[in-house]
Design a protein around this ligand. Structure first.
Ligand code: ZN
Length: 266
């Protein structure tokens, strides 16, 4: 845990273990790590996604991650994404949430939040990640290790890449929102929410304009000209069901929304 949390490299740890005889040897840690990975892979499978190529990277943006080891690994895995089934993860975590009295068998509703964002890894590539968290678990909601990774790929943060990467997740979310999921003999109702920055929500997930367009608001039909009109009543006037039926219903929308199973007021 200390190695992972403190980001201590294998070589560094070898040096530490050489001067401190009570520390387990590096190979023993590696063995243990492999065993944990194997056990987790059996319970929650990681499958790969073939990603479309992506050439329009913005080299003017500053890197968020510099670690050369990470940058190298990410660059060599371009073209491949990883994904895990949200159902597998729910089956794994719900029993412990029930045990901790976060979820209640008598009131089987789960408030679930999907999030997405990207980071620049070095100057050449973005790492795009989609995660989920259980909103009922309020005390842990802002802790990274309670955000479970669903999709992770090196490449572009755009609509085309995400529509490929999110294929399995969208099928599963549609089922979860329609029929729920049976875990430990109980049928759980899943209430879906979504949270991300403007770019990820608007361009990537709604198939909608960018923030500096004539029609820019994901929630209503306001145009740039009306921005200063304080006399107008603003409300969430767009409906996901309308977008689902025809993505050109509202000005500025060009593609089908990717999370069409999550309503716009969520
Ligand atoms: Zn608006």
């Amino acid at each position: 845990m200390a190695i992972d949390k403190g980001q201590i490299s294998r070589n560094m740890y070898r040096d530490l273990a050489a001067i401190e005889s009570e520390l387990p040897r590096e190979w023993a840690i590696s063995d243990q790590r492999m065993q944990i990975n194997k056990e987790m892979r059996n319970r929650i499978k990681i499958t790969t996604i073939n990603m479309p190529s992506c050439n329009n990277l913005d080299l003017n943006e500053n890197p968020d991650i510099f670690d050369p080891e990470v940058v190298k690994e990410v660059i060599t895995s371009i073209g491949k994404g990883g994904q895990r089934s949200i159902k597998d993860i729910l089956r794994f975590i719900v029993p412990s949430l029930v045990e901790r009295k976060i979820l209640d068998l008598q009131r089987p509703i789960i408030y679930l939040k999907i999030s997405g964002d990207s980071r620049n890894v070095g100057r050449k590539v973005k790492h795009v990640m989609v995660t989920f968290a259980i909103m009922d678990d309020i005390t842990n909601l802002h802790r990274p290790d309670h955000h479970h990774t669903l999709v992770l790929y090196p490449g572009c943060e755009n609509y085309d890449s995400l529509s490929v990467a999110l294929s399995l997740l969208r099928t599963e979310l549609r089922k979860l929102s329609e029929i729920g999921i049976n875990i430990i003999g109980v049928n759980w109702i899943i209430n879906l929410y979504f949270s991300s920055d403007w770019k990820f929500l608007s361009i990537c997930c709604l198939g909608f304009n960018s923030a500096n367009s004539q029609f820019f608001c994901p929630w209503c039909g306001i145009s740039k000209k009306q921005v200063a009109d304080l006399g107008k009543q603003w409300s969430i006037s767009k409906e996901m069901s309308e977008l689902k039926a025809n993505c050109n219903t509202y000005d500025g929308h060009h593609s089908m929304p990717l999370f069409d199973m999550i309503s716009l007021d969520h």
